[in-house]
Design a protein around this ligand. Sequence first.
Ligand SMILES: *Cc1c(COP(=O)(O)O)cnc(C)c1O
Length: 389
Amino acid sequence: MEKKSQQTRLVHNDYVAPAGFGAFPVPIHHASTVLFANVAAMRSRNWQDKSAYTYGLHGTPTTFTLEARLAAIENGNYCLLAPSGLAAIAMVHMALLKSGDDVLIPDNIYNPNREFANWMARDYGVQVRYYDPLVGAGMAKLLQDNTRLVWTEAPGSVSMEVPDIPAICAAAHARGIPVALDNTWAAGIAFAAFDHGVDIVMQALTKYQSGGSDVLMGAVITQDEALHRRIEDAHMRLGLGVSADDTYLVLRGLPTLKLRFDAHDAGARTVAAWLAQRPEIARVLHPAFADCPGHETWQRDFTGAGGLFSVLFDEAYSEAQTDRFIDSLRLFKIGFSWGGANSLCVPYRIQQMRRDWPGRGQLVRFNVGLEDPQDLIADIAQALARLSD
Ligand SMILES: *Cc1c(COP(=O)(O)O)cnc(C)c1O
C-alpha cells in the first residue's frame, strides 16, 4: 500500500502494544464505537450477549467487570449500571410500571424516589400509594389486582424505621408481585437482600461503594433472568450509560468496601451511644438502638449498620436552635449524600415529609465518616453547648 498522508497517519496507527500485560487494576476502556472484525460479526452480534461487545452504551470490559463484581457482592446474577442512584430508581419504575398500574411505596422512602413516583402519578397515569414502613404482613391487605411493584427501603434513610422485608415479600409474592429494595444504607454488606426475599436490589454506588464523595452512580441487581431482561430493556431505551473513569473509581473502592463500612459502623455506634445519654436528645434513630422503630427486625435480619443515623432533639429546642447547633459543628460538614470519609450533618423537616409523623422535635441526621469518634464527640459537645446561646 502506498504511504499514507500525515493526516491519515494521525488517525490510523498500526502500532499494537504487546499482549501479556498484567496488573491488578481493571483497564479503563473509553468507547462509543466498538469494532467488529467483519460484517458477519457485526450482523450477528446481539447487544444483550455479554460474551462480546456491540456499542459503548451496552458495555465495555470496564463496565462488565463492575457489573459482575456488584452482582457477586449482593449474591445476584445480573447488574445494570446507571449514572446515579436516582437514575437506577427511575429505571426500575419505568421498566415495571405503565399507565393503569399500581405501585406501593413506603412513606419513609428516599425523597427523590417519592418525587419520581408522584410525577408518574401526575403525568403518566400510574397509581401511587404510600404505606406505613412498619406494615409487615399487613402488606397483604394493601395489594390490588393492578399492583405491579412494591418498593421498600431498609431502613428509610432519614427516619430510619427498619421494615420487615421477609413479611412484605411473602405478601407480595403470594400475588406474584416483585419487591424492589433500596439497599443503599446496608451497601450489600449488612443485609443479604435476596436471601430475605427481595427481587430487585437498587444501590446508590455514590455512597459506600465509591467512598470518595466524588462519583455519582447507581446499580440495579437481580437474580431472576426474566426480571433482568425487562429492566435491561428500559436501561437500553433510556440510554443509561456510565463513564469509564467513574466506573474505574467505583471498582477502585470495592476491595476496601467492607473495611470502610465496618469502620463507619463502629464510629457511628460510638457517637450515637454518646448522643443517647445527652439530655438535649429525645431519641436516637439508629437501627442498632432500641429507640429505633424496627430495631428487633434489624437484629433479626441485618449483620451491621454503617455510618448513617438520625436523632430527634427534645421538643423544647426550636429549629433555629438546632440550626445553630449544626452551624457550630466544625468536623461535621453540611451537605447531602454520605458514605465518604468525611462526617456530615443535615437537618430534615420531617413533619413536612411524612403524613403521620408523631411529635414535633427537630430531626438531625448524622453521617459518621472515618475520623476518630472521640474527636467527633468533642465536636458535637461544643456545638450542643451553643444550642441555647
Ligand atoms: C443517595 C441515595 C440515592 C440516590 O443516589 P444518587 O446517586 O445521589 O442519585 C438513593 N437512595 C438512597 C437511600 C440514597 O441515600
